[in-house]
Design a protein around this ligand. Sequence first.
Ligand code: 13P
Ligand code: SF4
Length: 509
Amino acid sequence: MEKEYLVAEINRLRREKKAVIMAHYYQEKDIQEVADFIGDSLALAQQAAKTDADIIVMCGVHFMAETAKIISPEKKVLIPDVKAGCSLADSCQAAALKAYKEAHPGYTVISYVNTSAAVKALTDVVVTSTNAVQIVESFPKDEKIIFGPDRNLGNYINMLTGRQMLLWDGACHVHEQFSIDKIKALKAQYPQAQVVSHPECKQAVADFSDFVGSTAALITYVQKSDAKQFIVATESGVLFEMQRLCPDKQFIPAPPQGSSSENVCDYMRMNTLEKLYLCLRDETPEVIVDESVAEAAIKPIERMLALSVAPKQASKALPKLVFATHNVHKTSEVSAILKDKVDIINLSQLGCNEEIPETSDTLAGNALQKARYVYEKYGLDCFADDTGLEVEALDGGPGVYTARFAGEGCTFEQNVDKILRVMQGVENRKARFRTVIALIQGGKEYLFEGEVRGEITPDRVGEKGFGYDPVFRPEGFDQTFAEMGPDEKNKISHRGRAVQAFADYLLNH
Ligand code: 13P
Ligand code: SF4
């Protein structure tokens, strides 16, 4: 099924059914893009506890859906693929844990959230990788503790806290597979890169890392760090969010043993956009937890939620806004300006491959035409822009014809050739760029404008930017737009100013 159709249907169904779509960072990109909330396992559990939706669609693995059901038993909890399990959770069966507990009377059982409901029912307190150290440290130093099922995480906590918890002998096949030799080879190739890893990795990987942390902690770390390159040793889905938040940093997936270049959790990736659509449409597979098991399992989960002080909330996925363009340069320019305010998706990411007609004789008219097209077809808030280069000597032209100055379907190169040709020998080289942005939000229409004055240079200068950038020098500067970095250009450019006016509006409304 076409992505465009699936996204439109998912949007319609979630509205009609009052459903919330939650996704773990290990989900494929298409799912992360449609989700209402994206988070690590703690954030998703916290979100499940407070949502007022009627249906929770948990795009993650089975234990995450089970945890949501235990926390919110009155809600219908769905999972796109019921076979999305977890090798770590499977490594600890309830009967085996019961026997181990009986063999160790007087021990407190601390279980990782990656466990079945039946194992949680035998547990004193649940933890996730985000709060594990904090919760273990909430017990007296001499508390006798059984920690399971991840031996690497347990070992890491023992090392950090100086405790000697008894460790269950389980591991996550995804995180255990990172090859320390390949990570070292990558580090030799990228000597400036920092290595960051999840505590489910083997100790050799943790020892070699600049930072070890849970999914949420890794995301926060790469945002705050001054480093520009990172070798990331965790499931590679996390790289989507890292790259979205830090578009100018480079994230290199740490390679596993074998021939693959990145590590994915096959269970997590069983969920697909199509299965998400089908599960919303048919309201199946539903996750049900036996009532008596749920009654026992809720206690250690509630204890965890209470002990998670200063809880890390699920990052409420930023409000999504469709940018009615296929132009990836424009998308990344605007995303860089709006990165903390809205999540921009362009037409290709929406699955819309059509060229939207622009037949108006004004920039505002064209921008509105494109935004209305998307709003009417997809029912999503959206914005569109139109930009014109207005040259004094050409009576304000090419204006609305800027993108097709050299003819319908022409390239930017051909446009630049033409402007240099028609301006050859012309003395008055004054020009201005104007951008108009049309926003449609909740059915209402708004316009924002930005302009920059300057001149057309006699030749191309600079390699950066796109479009007419190599031949436009802004007033008061001795460089063309194509010689400036994106930050410098965005501060003064027509689009930068229009987007700033647009961003100020979004921030204040
Ligand atoms: P987080 O708790 O970091 O989300 O991890 C869950 C998981 O499955 C790790 O493999
Ligand atoms: Fe389980 Fe590992 Fe997949 Fe996480 S990455 S869900 S621990 S198998």
